[in-house]
Design a binder for this molecule. Structure first.
Ligand SMILES: C[S@@+](CC[C@H](N)C(=O)[O-])C[C@H]1O[C@@H](n2cnc3c(N)ncnc32)[C@H](O)[C@@H]1O
Length: 287
């Protein structure tokens, strides 16, 4: 009997996988079956019936996942999504280790859950050219966003501005989990458009996205500025000078992740809340 057949027989007899809370196990099983199907890790002579059985099993597990995502979306639409999302974060804190590594940044099961819940439409091809100082799009891993939300002490009067917001993960999750107003500024209009559609479909009135170069944006309403290393060099310098001007009028906070953190830590007008750690969101106050 082939390995795929043995796996399917075990799964077909195991009803526990259909329980909504078994999402992590379903993701792992889907991954294993898809590895067999895509990379052809099956034995010669396996018939197409076995493959149809495997595809049916995948469709069944994916349907269970979709039902779960829909139930979380309904809670968010009714304004009670924060508790549910944090239950998943807490339940999975032991499993929050990267599934794979990409430039030192790893994504885990929480990212699968978040993308199922936020349900972005596929954006069209990028049309805006990135100059050498601008970084390509990569979302903040979900576990870092929840860590940011837990540690940033956001209040109702705060306004979070995500500089280079991409598809909007940071602002959308922050808007779901807090009453804080969140604004994303993103150069690529197709990304900002997807983020606005996701906010509308989730009834989030405290998240908006603006298609703009941050260098020409209005920062006057912001109290917390989030940067997941969206740019470096001269653009980062320009934006830090803009933020320093804002800080002359009121206290602001900068929350940073990735290689921009050690650069920003050098700014004399900022003080770190804790010793900055490149693997975690760092929080700075203006002084
Ligand atoms: C590393 S991604 C971060 C995405 C998002 N902040 C997150 O954490 O999930 C950087 C984003 O910054 C955008 N970006 C780069 N330069 C920009 C600029 N000058 N103005 C606005 N957005 C910019 C890129 O298009 C990209 O989507």
């Amino acid at each position: 009997m082939s390995t795929l057949q043995t796996l399917l027989e075990t799964l077909e007899q195991d009803d526990s996988l259909r329980r909504p809370e078994q999402l992590r196990q379903r993701i792992e099983v889907l991954d294993r079956i898809e590895t067999y199907l895509i990379h052809g890790q099956h034995q010669e002579g396996e018939d197409s019936a076995l493959h149809r059985r495997a595809q049916a099993m995948c469709a069944d597990l994916e349907a269970t996942n979709r039902e779960l995502y829909q139930s979380i979306r309904r809670k968010i639409q009714q304004g009670s999504g924060a508790g549910t999302l944090f239950e998943w974060v807490n339940a999975w804190s032991d499993a929050a280790r990267p599934l794979d590594q990409l430039n030192g940044i790893g994504y885990d099961f929480l990212d699968v859950l978040v993308s199922g819940v936020l349900q972005f439409e596929e954006p069209g091809d990028r049309v805006t050219e990135l100059t050498p100082d601008m970084l390509f799009y990569q979302p903040t891993p979900a576990r870092d966003i929840f860590d940011f939300i837990s540690r940033a002490k956001l209040g109702e009067k705060d306004v979070v501005i995500d500089l280079g917001s991409g598809l909007g993960h940071v602002s959308l999750l922050t808007a779901i989990c807090t009453r804080t107003r969140c604004i994303g500024i993103e150069l690529e209009a197709a990304y900002a458009d997807c983020a606005n559609k996701s906010a509308q479909s989730l009834n989030l009135h405290n998240a908006t996205f603006i298609a703009q170069d941050v260098r020409s944006a209005d920062f006057s309403s912001g109290t917390v500025f989030y940067l997941y290393t969206p740019f470096s060099g001269a653009i980062l310098r320009h934006v830090l000078d803009m933020l320093k001007l804002e800080a002359a009028n009121r206290e602001i906070r900068l929350c940073t992740l990735g290689p921009c953190t050690p650069v920003i830590a050098q700014e004399g007008w900022l003080k770190a809340v804790d010793t900055p750690d490149i693997d975690r969101v760092a929080i700075f106050h203006s002084v």
